[in-house]
Design a protein around this ligand. Structure first.
Ligand code: SF4
Ligand code: SF4
Length: 126
């Protein structure tokens, strides 16, 4: 039986919160990096029925990360939606699939991170 005091920790570790979260981890913050490899880029390219080169040109910044919007959110994060915001969910990079790596989600457990991202989320949902 889960005690109330333990519930947030256990739920965030089990990714259940991801289903209801506006995608805090989809915002680029100082010190956070989303790395893609060639397989990730190929998966995205196939999702859009384009070549890897076209996908790199359209969606990739530098060699290996996804471009972001002005507010730092991933270009694939849909606005006007409170949850299930990744518009390439089935083709999202491996790092997005695996985060937070069987650990408690740091975004849900750190008020300093939430205080930066929550206003951006609220603005995008207006
Ligand atoms: S990993 Fe954390 S921040 Fe990302 S969607 Fe899941 S609960 Fe939200
Ligand atoms: S690809 Fe999807 S899950 Fe990954 S950062 Fe972008 S919006 Fe978030």
């Amino acid at each position: 039986m889960i005690k109330d005091s333990e519930a947030p920790y256990i739920l965030s570790r089990n990714k259940i919160y991801c289903n209801y979260c506006p995608g805090y981890c989809c915002y680029r913050l100082k010190g956070s990096t989303l790395y893609l490899d060639a397989t990730d880029i190929n998966r995205i390219a196939r999702f859009f029925c384009i070549t890897d080169g076209e996908a790199r040109k359209k969606y990739i910044e530098g060699k290996n990360t996804i471009k972001v919007k002005k507010d730092g959110s991933c270009i694939f994060l849909s606005d006007k939606k409170m949850r299930a915001r990744c518009s390439i969910h089935t083709a999202r990079p491996l790092q997005c699939q695996q985060f937070p790596y069987e650990k408690p989600c740091p975004y849900l457990e750190r008020e300093d991170l939430l205080s930066i991202i929550q206003p951006k989320v609220a603005k995008s949902l207006k």
